[in-house]
Design a protein around this ligand. Structure first.
Ligand SMILES: Cc1cc2nc3c(=O)[nH]c(=O)nc-3n(C[C@H](O)[C@H](O)[C@H](O)COP(=O)(O)O)c2cc1C
Length: 189
């Protein structure tokens, strides 16, 4: 069974990204994946204060292992100021280089209050993940006006978004299947 982690991309309390992660979690299991939600809220920010790049920090290593011990990763990315949240960049800047994302299948779901559904934020993140040699899954979902059109219990008002989400989840499980074994398990950890 493939292990697919869901990364909720912000440390903001009461985050929509986390609600969406919780919404997709059972669906992903329904498509045959073993899954776990990890929130950027649990990233040990305090332990990197002052700039501790290149140091061995056990709390960061533990966090990274939780995220990276998988066959695929789904990032839920909110849009903050036309980009993705800073905490996500901090996380990436403390990942082991170069192997952490190497050949790791990654899928992207954007969510925002605005009408572009975090398109900019997702594309910026895709550029970075591409630089880090991840296998970018081509289907993406952009959740527009998230506060209006998403409810954790009812799902999406816009049925097209719901369909795109189901398609992403189903096909991402197959994508991780096809790429299983390509990536060394625990690479760079
Ligand atoms: C610091 C900050 C900056 C934001 N900037 C944007 C933005 O540039 N475009 C947009 O559409 N929404 C923006 N929003 C709204 C968020 O995208 C929206 O509230 C989203 O659901 C936040 O995700 P979260 O609840 O997971 O934090 C911003 C919100 C915050 C907190």
């Amino acid at each position: 069974m493939n292990k697919i982690k869901i990364l909720s991309g912000t440390d903001r309390p009461d985050s929509n990204a986390l609600k969406i992660a919780e919404y997709i979690f059972p669906k992903l299991k329904g498509y045959g994946a073993q899954s776990e939600i990890i929130s950027m809220r649990d990233f040990p920010v305090k332990d990197v204060a002052g700039g501790r790049y290149g140091e061995s920090i056990s709390s960061v290593e533990e966090y990274n292992k939780r995220v990276l011990d998988c066959d695929g990763l789904i990032m839920i990315i909110p849009e903050y100021n036309g980009g993705f949240p800073g905490i996500l960049k901090l996380f990436i800047d403390y990942l082991p280089f170069p192997k952490a994302f190497e050949k790791l299948p990654i899928a992207f779901i954007g969510e925002a209050s605005g009408s572009f559904g975090a398109l900019r934020a997702v594309e910026q993140m895709q550029m970075i993940c591409n630089y880090r040699n991840a296998y970018l899954f081509p289907e993406r979902v952009f959740i527009q006006r998230v506060g209006k059109q998403f409810s954790p219990t009812e799902g999406f008002e816009d049925k097209m978004t719901e369909e795109l989400l189901e398609s992403l989840l189903k096909n991402f499980v197959a994508f991780t299947d096809r790429n299983k074994g390509v990536r060394e398990r625990g690479a760079g950890l």
